[in-house]
Design a binder for this molecule. Structure first.
Ligand SMILES: Cc1cc2nc3c(=O)[nH]c(=O)nc-3n(C[C@H](O)[C@H](O)[C@H](O)COP(=O)(O)O)c2cc1C
Length: 168
């Protein structure tokens, strides 16, 4: 079976997961805007790694236009949401299912560095952090704790390449 890896990233963490996965499995890999249409169309299985911004996985609408329903698709979302943040994770997965109801799904945690953020993103981080600080510790989601750390100490990194082992 021909399998390929496609990835969509803004700051690099999703690219790192995708490249490591492709190397380990010896699959061809393309950034989502660079994937040649013939390679996409001829792959039987597609592993799509996409980072999550405002609850949505990058690039899924574009991907939908380029592949057919006969192709198997596995979507790996990468975000600061953890598996403990069940509602947030469900939102991400529901968004994926609206576009790809048949997709197999996995979620991995990424990283975020304040230095890499554009001004509007910095403002969002500041806003979420401020709201999170008003919550009691036991009420805070893992993603909120992570965003607070980005605002306060400048970065978080939850990348765990060993998690790639579960993706088949
Ligand atoms: C403006 C902004 C919005 C974000 N929204 C989400 C989100 O809704 N859910 C999530 O899990 N992570 C969210 N993140 C965190 C990113 O998904 C995380 O840093 C990821 O590793 C980035 O992937 P990339 O390095 O491939 O771009 C957000 C980050 C920023 C800066």
């Amino acid at each position: 079976m021909t399998s390929i890896v496609i990835y969509a990233t803004k700051k690099g963490s999703t690219g790192l997961y995708a490249k490591t996965f492709a190397e380990k499995n010896d699959y061809q890999i393309f950034e989502y805007t660079q994937a040649p249409p013939e390679e996409l169309a001829s792959a039987e299985k597609i592993f799509y790694f996409g980072s999550v911004y405002a609850g949505n996985v990058l690039g899924l609408d574009e991907l939908k236009k380029k592949i057919s329903t006969s192709q198997q698709i596995t979507i790996i979302s990468v975000g600061l949401t953890s598996k403990n943040d069940q509602e947030k994770l469900a939102e991400i997965h529901n968004g994926i299912m609206k576009i790809f109801p048949e997709a197999k799904m996995f979620h991995l945690r990424g990283r975020l560095e304040k230095e890499q953020l554009k001004l509007p993103e910095k403002l969002i981080v500041k806003m979420i952090s401020k709201a999170s600080k008003k919550k009691a510790a036991h009420e805070k989601l893992n993603i909120e704790e992570a965003i607070e750390k980005v605002a306060d100490i400048g970065s978080v990194d939850y990348i765990n390449l060993e998690e790639l082992e579960i993706i088949k």
